[in-house]
Design a binder for this molecule. Structure first.
Ligand code: ADP
Ligand code: MG
Length: 580
């Protein structure tokens, strides 16, 4: 895949000055670390060869200089560690916001395909890797390059043969780190997979704990769990082994270099080609040359992971929402609620079979229409074409004579209220959740909506009334209570068009009858399409439309359809038998 380098770098732009100063600090700090061993060398030379009284006076000001340099180095490093990470963190934050905002824009067809868990990991993990690269990448390369080149040049000037001898060890360390880092990365990845398996096993067993207990199969679950736990341990064990080989191996190689330097250095001292101060300098600089080589593989992993993270980020950012307002979209203010499906054909993306072919239907403003038919016939799909959750493949859907594709999406969707079987409540209070229907609503309006939805009484009986927290940590609501909150939301939104998609199907008879009342009240004065299983809900609809896999099979009032003796009469008698 082509790597969009320009886009990648563009995230530095807002923080360019801070970033460059961090880079400058990294440079200064590494340069200063290079000077310290030189000072040691200078001092030792004087002590060894010079006039001792002069040497003593020098020791103090060199000591002072060392203190100063150490201060510069550490302040520089502090700035790099703190502000450098901050730059990375800021960039990560910006990208995360951008990604989340973009995901909010993507259409249903995208979410039909993607798993929430995977999207979450894109927003969190991928970007974490990226921020490490953004900030550590340039600084580490700078730091190690300065140290390595600096140490090499200085040592080369002091004694070329010994420097080259040290240099010969570097490829060995390089290859050794490369091989072991590769292995370690593989093992780390396996550890992650194994712990994920352990988690999955815990989740599976605990979610199904009722089944486990009813079959008295605890021991089976324990066995399955222990298997996964053992596999995780085995994987950890091999990781520890590889880690030990890696760290102790590098340590051994460094010792080999040190011993080489000591042996050959001492020999050179005997032959007067090197003095003790130089030998000491060599020993001090060894780590400067080894560390960059050792870190090289780590940095290349960081680079790879960062680049992969960025590509995954761009994969989503490059997706265009399938459904967007046109630039010259029309904003509707007052809507009557006239809905027309004109020769509509529709097929879900990546599906071969169309759900509808050439379907036409007209719902007049204020009409109360029921949609019935076998499950899978396309009732929900048909309704989702009105707020333009999906675009038709052929034909057109009109609201008040406007094609929904001509309308501004926000203005279109604000005209339509949907109550469906699954209610989703957000984290927050009861009040927050109802207010979702109209963010500007006052507390009084919210209470009025809750009263209309028959929700006020049960809300008042909650520990904190309207301020009770619901959602993950909050009070537990029954299905019927949740549904009443979602109805209150729609009351508050007050849309001219209403879609009730099996709103009462999941409820017991008692909750259903409470909710039926408030739904009927909600439907007053609005164009309403109600999808329901229970024929009791729909028998008083002005018009009943029977949708089957072949399209609209018949339509009419309850009585007319019964008299006709067709599909509806058949459905009705079947349910009547069931209920009887
Ligand atoms: P109903 O509401 O009448 O039970 P649906 O509108 O839910 O029927 O489904 C109609 C058909 O479209 C079914 O065959 C169903 O499997 C398919 N379908 C529903 N939703 C999707 C989707 N998001 N992606 C692909 N196919 C879908
Ligand atoms: Mg449905």
């Amino acid at each position: 895949m082509h790597f969009p380098i320009k886009k990648f770098l563009s995230y530095y732009r807002p923080y360019l000055r801070l970033f460059l100063s961090v880079l400058a600090c990294a440079f200064i700090a590494s340069a200063v670390t290079l000077i310290l061993p030189l000072l040691v060398r200078y001092i030792t030379k004087d002590v060894l060869e010079g006039d001792l009284s002069i040497a003593l006076s020098k020791v103090y000001w060199i000591g002072g200089l060392m203190l100063f340099l150490a201060a510069v180095q550490n302040i520089g490093n502090y700035f790099v560690d703190y502000k450098g990470h901050e730059v990375g963190g800021r960039m990560e934050r910006d990208m995360r916001s951008e990604l989340f905002a973009h995901m909010q824009k993507l259409s249903f067809s995208f979410y039909d395909k993607e798993k929430t868990g995977q999207l979450m990991s894109r927003i969190t993990n991928d970007l974490l890797l990226l921020s490490e690269l953004y900030h550590h990448g340039p600084e580490d390369y700078m730091k190690y390059l300065v140290r390595f080149l600096g140490a090499f040049v200085i040592l080369f000037m002091i004694n070329a043969p010994l420097t080259l001898a040290v240099f010969c060890f570097l490829p060995i360390i390089g290859i050794f780190s490369l091989v072991l880092n590769k292995k370690l990365n593989r093992l780390f990845k396996r550890n992650k997979e194994r712990i994920a398996d352990v988690n999955a096993q815990v989740e599976d067993s605990l979610s199904g704990i009722r089944v486990v207990k009813s079959f008295a199969n605890e021991h089976v679950e324990v066995r399955k769990f222990n298997q996964e736990n053992q596999r995780f341990f085995e994987s950890r064990k091999s990781t520890y082994k590889a880690e030990a080989i890696y760290y102790d191996g590098v340590e051994t190689l460094i010792q080999l270099i040190t011993i080489t330097v000591i042996v050959f250095g001492s020999a050179s001292i005997v032959h007067h080609t090197l003095d003790l101060a130089d030998l000491l300098t060599f020993l001090l600089y060894i780590s400067y040359m080894v560390e960059p080589i050792q870190k090289l593989t780590h940095m290349s992993t960081q680079l790879q992971e960062g680049i992969t993270g960025f590509q995954r980020f761009m994969e989503i950012m490059n997706l265009q929402p399938a459904i967007e307002s046109k630039p010259d979209a029309v904003t509707l203010t007052k809507v009557h609620g006239d809905i027309e499906f004109k020769h509509v054909s529709f097929r879900y993306e990546d599906h071969l079979d169309p759900v509808f072919v050439n379907l036409s239907l007209h719902v007049r403003p204020g009409e109360y229409v029921a949609l019935v038919g076998p499950s899978g016939a396309g009732k929900t799909t048909l309704c989702s074409l009105i707020p333009r959750f999906y675009d038709v493949t052929d034909g057109d859907v009109l609201l008040d004579g406007w094609s929904v594709r001509e309308l501004d999406l926000k203005s279109l969707r604000s005209q339509i209220g949907i109550v469906q079987q699954d209610v989703y409540l957000f984290a927050g209070t009861v009040m927050d959740n109802i207010r979702y229907g109209s963010p500007e609503a006052s507390d009084e309006e919210i209470m009025a909506a809750a009263k209309h939805a028959n929700a006020h009484d049960f809300i008042m009986s909650l520990p904190n009334g309207y301020h009770s927290e619901i959602g993950q940590r909050g009070v537990l609501l029954s299905g019927g209570q949740k549904q009443r909150l979602s109805i209150a939301r729609v009351f508050l939104k007050n849309p001219p068009v209403l879609i009730l998609d099996e709103a009462t199907s999941a409820l017991d008879n008692e909750s259903e009858s409470i909710i039926k009342d408030s739904l009927e009240y909600l439907a007053k004065g609005r164009t309403t399409i109600v999808i329901a299983h229970r024929l009791s809900t729909i028998r008083n609809a002005e018009r009943i439309i029977v949708l089957t896999e072949d399209g609209i099979e018949e339509e009419g009032t309850h009585e007319a359809l019964l008299a006709r003796g067709g599909a509806y009469a058949h459905l009705y008698s079947k349910q009547f038998e069931l209920q009887a």
